[in-house]
Design a protein around this ligand. Structure first.
Ligand code: GLN
Length: 488
């Protein structure tokens, strides 16, 4: 049962060939069996799942089903869930139980999903391997014995979905945290247009870049989840009121003489990627061409500066956002000799090294002596990149590029912070520009591990990006069924 896609499961549920309770049980058993090895969940909620499933079964029986009735999902532990511990994978929020529900998780409740638990991530979503989690790193279900990373920061979500411990999951993408983990776990991940999905109740990292989005095993499933997540939220002042119609199954945008110009970014051509990535990317581009797409070269002159700009802007915003964890209002409190000492002791004990590093960088680039040369300069580069994408989209409809350079690395790889940051080279520019990008599997490398590529669109062109991604999915034809990835 755990191999079913969401789309297939919904059909079986509607015909009452399976029940939501059976589906929930199958996933709970899978979690009991594999979560100790994979560490995908920080908190599991089997009782809640069974109650959700019973309610879904009741509605299905009464023929009043909701869009995702009975679909078991994982919620990244960055989304506040009422009455359920929400940690952001940080010690400072280890025992934080919110009294409110994030807009995104509320939308999933309203659509009838079954909550299996809160998935693991990098602490405050800062990282690329989910190794900065206070709860230990999640593991990639592909070639389990090799103990590979499931990516970050949404690595618990990808580990859960790829292993069949959830049919879909939420993620957040500030600089690649949905797309990168999806690319190395054989999944589909969407970083939607900034503002399409509400950030209300989602623990803030870098507010001008943070983008909630879906993670699933197929493009149609991801589109279905996105259709539930998207929409204006008066509680989030950066939430957009542009309406995006997402209907599933997604329709083809190639073939039958349809015209589509697909852009390739010139400046990325010289960036070193593995031979497998290069070959698979070229194969898929050739496929698109044979399906009738016109391939054009476009230029984003400053794209290679995106990393430097991102690693100024994101820490700057983080240093400000994380000032609220002071031992007074939330979570951990370590008593000191006076209030300042309490702040210091609480924050020293509550945050991990990477989070501290970001706060120090962020505070430094915002200081009066550095503000102009670092923060303002980064903001200018950001503007140049966003404008360059606008211009590129005058010459093409969608852009494709790799999601990362390589397949999943072992969790014990010893990389320096800068080497980790460099892994975000292909993803951060889209966050700076606020445009949508879908990561979709483009094939398996010689070592048997999956690789992903991105489809990037204009603002609010999320659906067309998904449509093109579906063509790529069909051409690549990667078998990512959980029992195939890691056995029964
Ligand atoms: N890897 C990037 C970082 O560490 C992106 C994280 C994210 O998108 N949340 O900041």
């Amino acid at each position: 049962m755990i191999d079913l896609t969401i789309t297939e499961a919904l059909q079986k549920l509607a015909k009452r060939e399976i029940s939501a309770t059976e589906l929930a049980r199958a996933h709970i058993e899978r979690i009991e069996k594999y979560n100790p090895k994979l560490n995908a969940y920080i908190t599991t909620t089997p009782e809640r799942a069974l109650a959700d499933a019973a309610a879904a079964d009741e509605r299905i029986k009464n023929r009043t089903p909701r869009v995702l009735d009975g679909i078991p999902i994982a919620m990244k532990d960055l989304f506040a869930t009422r009455g359920i511990r929400t940690t952001a994978a940080s010690r400072i929020l280890e025992n934080f139980v919110p009294e409110y529900e994030s807009t995104i998780s509320q939308k999933f409740i309203d659509s009838g999903t079954v909550l299996l638990g809160k998935s693991n991530l990098d602490e405050f979503a800062m990282g690329t391997f989910s190794k900065t989690s206070f709860f230990g790193a999640p593991v990639n279900p592909w070639q389990l014995e090799r103990h590979l990373t499931a990516g970050g920061s949404s690595g618990g979500s990808t580990s859960a979905v790829a292993s069949g411990m959830a049919m879909g999951a939420t993620g957040t993408d500030t600089g690649g945290s949905i797309r990168f983990p999806c690319s190395i776990t054989g999944l589909v991940g969407v970083k939607p247009t900034y503002g399409l999905c509400s950030r209300w109740g989602c623990v803030a990292f870098a507010s001008s870049l943070d983008t909630p989005g879906p993670i699933a095993r197929t493009v149609d499933d991801a589109a279905l989840l996105l259709s539930v997540m998207a929409g204006h939220d008066p509680k989030d002042s950066t939430s957009s009121d542009v309406k995006t119609e997402i209907s599933v199954p997604l329709q083809p945008i190639l073939g039958d003489g349809k015209k589509l110009r697909v852009g390739i970014i010139r400046e990325l051509a010289d960036v070193k990627v593995s031979d497998d990535m290069k070959n698979l990317f070229e194969k898929r581009v050739a496929d698109l061409k044979s399906l009738g797409a016109e391939i054009v070269e476009v230029s984003i002159p400053n794209i290679l500066d995106a990393l430097a700009a991102y690693y100024v802007i994101a820490p700057a915003e983080a240093s400000s956002n994380l000032a609220r964890y002071d031992g007074v209002r939330y979570g951990l409190r370590v008593e000191g000799s006076d209030i300042y000492d309490t702040y210091k002791k609480t924050r020293a004990a509550g945050f991990g090294d990477e989070v501290k590093r970001r706060m120090i960088i962020g505070t430094a680039v915002l200081s009066s002596s550095s503000y102009e040369v670092y923060f303002m300069q980064a903001a200018r580069v950001r503007r140049l990149i966003a404008d360059a994408f606008d211009r590129a989209f005058e010459n093409c409809d969608l852009i494709v590029c790799p999601s990362g350079a390589n397949t999943a690395l072992p969790l014990d790889s010893d990389l320096t912070p800068l080497e980790y940051y460099a892994l975000d080279l292909f993803t951060v520019a889209m966050n700076l520009a606020g445009i949508p990008a879908v990561s979709v599997p483009c094939g398996l490398a010689a070592n048997g591990l999956p690789l992903g590529m991105q489809v990037v669109g204009r603002k609010f062109d999320d659906v067309r990006a998904l449509q093109l991604a579906k063509h790529i999915e069909q051409c690549a034809n990667v078998d990512n069924r959980p029992t195939k990835v890691m056995g029964k």
